[in-house]
Design a protein around this ligand. Sequence first.
Ligand SMILES: *[C@@H]1O[C@H](CO)[C@@H](O)[C@H](O)[C@H]1NC(C)=O
Ligand SMILES: *[C@@H]1O[C@H](CO)[C@@H](O)[C@H](O)[C@H]1NC(C)=O
Ligand SMILES: *[C@@H]1O[C@H](CO)[C@@H](O)[C@H](O)[C@H]1NC(C)=O
Length: 519
Amino acid sequence: MGRFAAALGAVSLLASIVPAIAAPEPGTVGFTFEKKRVAAKDAPRRMSRRTITAGLDNEILLYFINCTVGTPPQPFSLQLDTGSSDIWFPAANADICQQDIQNCPVGTYDASASSSYVNPNLPEFQIQYVDGTQISGAYLSDVLNVGGVQLTNMTMAAALQANTRGIGIMGVGFESGESAATLNGFTYPNVINVMKNEGKINSLAYSLWLDDLASNTGVILFGGVDTNKYHGDLVSLPIQLDGQTGTISSFTVAWTGLTVHGSGQSSDFSPSEPAPAILDSGTTDTLLPDDIANQIFNGVGVLSDPSFGNVVRCSLADDDLTFSFTFGGKGGPVVNVSLSEFVTPLLTTDGSQPTFNNGDPACSFAIEAAGQNPILFGDSFLRSAYVVYDLENAQIGLAQTNFDSSQGKSNVQAISASGGIPNVVSTASLASVAQSFTGIPRITQSSATGGEIGGGSSRSATFNLTPATATSTSGSGSGGGGSSNSNTASGNFRLERTSVLAAGVVLVGFLFGGGLMFY
Ligand SMILES: *[C@@H]1O[C@H](CO)[C@@H](O)[C@H](O)[C@H]1NC(C)=O
Ligand SMILES: *[C@@H]1O[C@H](CO)[C@@H](O)[C@H](O)[C@H]1NC(C)=O
Ligand SMILES: *[C@@H]1O[C@H](CO)[C@@H](O)[C@H](O)[C@H]1NC(C)=O
């Protein structure tokens, strides 16, 4: 046990911080984190392309990691975020926590109560996410306990002003992706660096297993790979440069293809050329190019509701469709995502389940059109993938996740700094997409106000699938075309009238009793 047997104090929350996986492998630190429902108003606001910003009292699922900061330990749950690189949490005297402590539900930091607090004498901390969240505050150095290990000299930030609720974030991205790298021209060792510097892991790398939609926990394994948590081959691909800086500062990979399969048939929705896509656990949905997203929306019958965002009948989850995403060009990895993984719960804060007029329960559809945002592969994609983030060698390892892996069964192998990701069977060849987007992604799920969605919809997936052997270069086009005997799911469907606007914006007409909406 050695380094894992950190002496933990008697704060009640600490009981849950003992590593849930007894990581037997030296040089790895593993533990479970959990998915929590958070009122959307408590999570950073999305920068809405929708015309309506009312409401925000639905609940969204975010992945949280338990940790403590300071001496004696102050407990926190922080949202785990591969799309950013700083750790911040609200200060006890932050404006939002002072207004109402309910604004800061998962921990606040009081420097004066920590004997190990050190002022690192850095400029003001500021961070801005693309969803419009802005935080400012002060850097601090203190002890961080995470996953049963103690990091003694960790630079973090305590927020003093925030335009959002006070739920802190643990960014596990590149040091070069820290907010100060662009705002102030300096960087500092972030949590991955400190884990390596303080000898807890051998290499700047970790693996993330989110498990399926129904599960409430996931596992992050710092410094290692668990071969029991994926199926098939682990394939690596290079992390791509950010075009503007020529450095690597985000988990951008080359996304090359998307095929939708069902009933022995398939339809191709691949981007016309390899596209830069960011693997971002801090974003709830998957954001695809507008034209591709709109074809999918038409295919599965997504309704865009002003209060609830992209909604579908929950029973769509029963349709037997698989989305196959390919990456990295020749020899690159394939990750299959079942349609059901994109049909996510839509719950309001009062616990009610929104329904269509005909009584069908409504669910969120966890794919969005990216619009001005980068292509982001968020939690709705990442749950189906086992992802190894190898910052040391600028590689991503991808495999099909093993949803059935239980904690009892793990086969952990440490990643060495020079050896790269263990058990990688091949490496994709393509290394030529440049990320042009700059900024810190983070787009949480759409908003909801509660109530009943208009217009009963009986639609189910209506992809105009072509036989799998046929080469199809474009998608099914708008509206599914109506070739009824090639539908995969439950028979024939009456298509609603849809049209695609020039800007790649879907307009769904007459579905909501007079409530036309655009976004
Ligand atoms: C995190 O802490 C909360 C609050 O004490 C606890 O309920 C939860 O079980 C913990 N989660 C994990 C994964 O340890
Ligand atoms: C603590 O970390 C900072 C960088 O974040 C470094 O400059 C400083 O020397 C470290 N202090 C100790 C005592 O290790
Ligand atoms: C993904 O799905 C396709 C089509 O159903 C199948 O041929 C392939 O073996 C699957 N790949 C993985 C990694 O599961």
